[in-house]
Design a binder for this molecule. Structure first.
Ligand SMILES: [Zn+2]
Length: 492
């Protein structure tokens, strides 16, 4: 007996020593060595800061607000924006072919010297979300003033994403003036309804390209950026390139009963049954997965992290359960590792003393790659376990399965990474998962590799400005974005 016990203790110690060695070995392996990309010294670009700020300011002043209800949209502002582009970027308009698709979406074609190479597509959108009237007084400068003050351009769309639209145009205009012609054809598309799904804009452009047999090798859209102080364990800026985006689905849950007088209610009411279903969904999230783009991101960033985080992220085989637990309480981190459910609408009842016969609610679902619409619906049915609760798609026209995961060993990913290093120096770069929706979703059947990277540096505070009060872009940050587009196009 004593010998057996000794043997067990000895074996346990050996196992612990082996595991500890593997962990430390992996942690050591993940320590970063020399820069992985050679940095080229490039000719300085001198940009006219005043003119550039002024151009963006003017773009912000045009109220291209898209609404779910198209009747509410002021299309004259969209026409004004198109004319503004023509006036501001005359060289781009005379050199590139411009087509207007579906009345407002723009497709530019910059013919390359070698048309046999498959083209690259730059994607952006010029519609913006409204600035709520009730919060307008909280803006330091009015939301559509385009005020240039304190080193920033202020207003709705400065970050999301007129900066990309105007930034790309500035880069094209700059390069044409230098006598530059790209080697491969560059396509540029500006959607006019991204904030409401992009079906009339981006999808129409995608359909046009497809009908012409044009398959861009890769595309670049908004969706990820350079973050500072956001990734735990890394103090320096980190460039994240979105290689996939979560899917979108809204489900309507409804309960119908015979209703009745509230003076003699049944044990369970219409509202009660529906509320129970919603609570069940909230309490039973889909399983978390430290997998796909998020896992690759953590592994790629491990070498740049402090010791504790490096220890965890270079040994995900062991620590991913702990990481899941830690991420669960941080909504943005949680959204990266699981399909999320968010109840967004709840309707029932009309009178205080009448039991409603009908109650309905909408749950907005964002699907992780690998979780399909059918899988989610089956999961929710299984959780609720109540035939009284009927489930159907709420807005099928907006449903998007999670995107495919784009390759990180492709030419496109390499070109984007090299350009990031050229502009911001040797900062860590990693692939990631875009949590919100972008116009790229509309191109998933048209473009070979979809990447999402907005060439701007964001702190957490700046990220919070998107779709929010006091949205503004630092002019220095914006100039870097233009430099990025110039360098990128040069590489193409
Ligand atoms: Zn956007």
């Amino acid at each position: 007996m004593k010998r057996l016990l000794l043997w067990a203790v000895f074996t346990s110690i050996v196992i612990i020593v082996i595991i500890a060695s593997i962990i430390l070995f992996n942690t050591g392996l993940a320590k970063r060595s020399a820069p992985d990309i050679t940095l080229t010294v490039s000719k300085e670009i001198s940009l006219d800061e005043e003119k550039i700020s002024h151009n963006l300011s003017k773009a912000i002043q045009i109220k291209t607000i898209s609404h779910q209800d198209k009747e509410k949209t002021n299309w004259e502002e969209f026409n004004k924006f198109i004319r503004f582009l023509e006036d501001t970027f005359p060289n781009a308009h005379s050199t590139l072919k411009r087509e207007i698709i579906n009345s407002y979406a723009l497709l530019f074609t910059w013919e390359g010297k070698q048309p046999a190479i498959s083209p690259t597509l730059l994607i952006a959108h010029y519609d913006v979300v409204p600035a709520e009237e009730s919060t307008e007084h909280l803006w330091k400068y009015p939301p559509f003033s385009g005020a240039i003050a304190e080193g920033f351009v202020w207003g709705r769309g400065t970050l999301d994403v007129k900066c990309n639209v105007i930034g790309i145009m500035e880069a094209v205009e700059f390069l044409i003036k230098q006598g530059f012609t790209p080697k491969r054809t560059i396509l540029i598309s500006f959607g006019h309804d991204e904030e409401v799904g992009g079906r009339d804009g981006a999808l129409a452009v995608a359909t046009t390209l497809k009908s012409r047999g044009i398959i861009p090798e890769f595309s670049l859209d908004e969706g990820m950026a350079i973050t500072k102080g956001i990734i735990p364990g890394i103090a320096t800026p980190v460039a994240l390139i979105g290689i996939a985006e979560k899917g979108y689905l809204s489900l309507e849950l409804s309960v119908t009963t015979s209703g009745g007088h509230s003076s003699n209610p049944p044990r369970e009411t219409t509202i009660g049954t529906l509320a129970k279903a919603i609570l069940a969904i909230e309490r039973n999230p889909m399983p978390a997965k430290v997998a796909g783009p998020i896992r690759i991101m953590l592994e790629k960033l491990a070498p740049y992290m402090d010791f504790e985080m490096r220890l965890v992220c270079s040994n995900l085989w062991l620590f991913s359960p702990f990481l899941k637990y830690a991420f669960e309480n941080i909504p943005s981190a949680n959204a990266g590792i699981r399909t999320t459910f968010a109840p967004t609408l709840f309707h029932a009842g009309e009178k205080e003393n009448v039991l409603p016969s009908h109650a309905s609610a909408v749950v907005n679902v964002r699907m992780l790659p690998g979780d399909s619409k059918d899988k989610v619906i089956a999961y929710i049915k299984d959780i609720i376990k109540d035939p009284m609760v009927k489930i159907k798609e709420y807005s099928p026209e907006k449903t998007d399965e999670a995107s495919p995961i784009s390759d990180i060993n492709s030419e496109g990913y390499e070109i984007i990474s090299q350009t990031i290093k050229q502009v911001w120096g040797d900062i860590p770069i990693a692939p990631s998962l875009t949590l919100g929706g972008t116009d790229s979703a509309n191109y998933k059947d048209t473009v070979r590799h979809l990447y999402r990277f907005q060439p701007l540096k964001f702190t957490q505070e700046e990220l919070n400005l998107i779709h929010n009060i006091n949205e503004r872009i630092e002019i220095k940050n914006y100039l870097k974005a233009i430099e990025f587009y110039i360098r990128l196009i040069e590489r193409l």
